[in-house]
Design a protein around this ligand. Sequence first.
Ligand code: TYD
Ligand code: MG
Length: 450
Amino acid sequence: MIPTQKIYSCKICGAKYPKWLGQCIKCGSWNSIEEEFVKKNPKKDLIKSDGVVKKISEIESLENKRIRFNDNEFNRVLGSGLVRGSVVLISGEPGIGKSTILLQNSINSPESVLYVSGEESAEQLKLRAERISENPKNCYVLTETNLEIILKNINKIKPSIVVLDSIQTVQTDLFDNSPGSTTQIKECASILIKLAKSTGLPVLIVGHITKDGNIAGPKILEHMVDTVLHFEGEKQHQFRILRSKKNRFGSTNEIGIYQMNEKGLHIVANPSELFVSKKENSESGSAIAVTLDGDRSIMIEVQALVSSAVYGTPQRISNGFNSKRLNMLLAILEKKAGFKIGVKDVFINITGGIKIEDTAIDLAVVAAILSSNINIAINNDTCFCAEVDLSGELRSVSNIDKRISEAERLGYKKIIISNNSKIGYVTESLQTHRLKNLSQVAKEVFREKD
Ligand code: TYD
Ligand code: MG
C-alpha cells in the first residue's frame, strides 16, 4: 500500500485544509469539507515519460473511430456515436433508468461490451436483460466492486466498451477508504481515464446524484471525464430526457427523448404528440406553446386554472414552469393589460410532467390564464410562441423558423408571435399572426368568441 496522508478537502472547489471546517474559506460552501487521503510522494510518479510532441496535422482523427449503437438518440446525444478512448459519465436520480439505458445499449451493441455492476447481481441483470431484449448479443457481465479485479477482467476479455455501474460502488486497494468517498471516486475515475486514454477503450460510467441534484463525489469528476450526460424526467411519468451537459466531442444542445415501458426504454420519434393531447373540443384554460429544448422543437400544453381566492392571500402554484416568472407575468397582466386577477388563485400545469425553462412559452401561459379567467376556450388549432417583457410587449424568440415549422407539421392553423420576429421559413397551411402586445393578443384570440 502506498504511504498516505490525511487531509481535508472541499468537494466543491477542491481547497485543502489540515483540519475539518464547517464552511469552506475559499468558496463559502457549508458542509462540503471531507476527509481525503493523498499519496505522500505524488511528485515521484509524475516524472515518468518524456512525452511525445506531434504536429496537429499528423495526429489521427477520432471522427471515424466512433462506435455507433443501435439507439440513434443515444448516438446523437454522444455527438453521433461513442468516441474510442473517451470516458462518459451518466448521472441521474435513483430509479430514473441509468442502468436500463446502459444495459439496453450493451446488449444490442454492435461491439463486445463488458458490463460491470457493483449494484446488481448477475441474475438480476439477466432478468432485466430478458425484459429488454430477446436476443442479447455481445455483452459480458461482471459483478464486482474491486477495481483491480475489474481491470484484470478487462485485460482478460478485451472488450470494445466497458460500462461501470456505478463509480460510487468501486474501490481500489491503493487506499483503504470506503467506496463512495471522495478519494475512492477520484482515484478510481483517474485510473479508468488513464486506461481509456492509453488503450483507446471507451468507458461509460454511472454516477449517482445527491439530494440537491449534483453528482455525488468530488466536483472534479465532471472536469476529468470527456462527456457528462444527465438522465432526467419525472418518475410518475413515462418520458425521460437524456441531456448532454458537457461534451468534448459534440454539441451540448443535443437531447434524446425516451419513453419507459415494461420492455425498457423506447425512442420517442414525435415528442410533440406525447406532450399535447389533441382534443375535438377545446376547453378553457388550455394553450399550446412551441418550445425549444436543445436543438429540438417540441409542442407542449399549458393548463391554467384561475379561481376566486378562498383565503386572504391568493395562491400561485406552478408545475413545470418557474413560479417567479409566473408571478411576474401576473403582475404584468394586472398593471399593463388591466386584467384584475390580483385576488384570484392561479394554478399552472405543463402537461406530461415536463419542466420548461424556455421563456418562449410566456405567451401561452398568459393566454391560458386569460382563457381560464374569462372561461372562454382558445381554438385548438392556435398556438403561441413569444416572450412577454415587463411592459407587456411581445419579444421575439430564438430559432423561430424551427418552431414555426414544427407547428405547421403538427397541423396547427394559426401561430401568434411577436411583431419583431424575423422569419425565413415560408408557411403553407399555417398563418403567422405578428402582434405587438398583450391587449392585441387578447383581442385576436378571444375576439370572435365574445
Ligand atoms: P434503473 O435503470 O434501475 O434506474 P437507475 O439505474 O437509474 O437507478 O430503472 C429502474 C426503473 O425503471 C424501475 O423503477 C423500473 C423501471 N423499468 C421499467 O419500467 N421497465 C423496464 O423494462 C425496466 C428494465 C425498468
Ligand atoms: Mg442502477
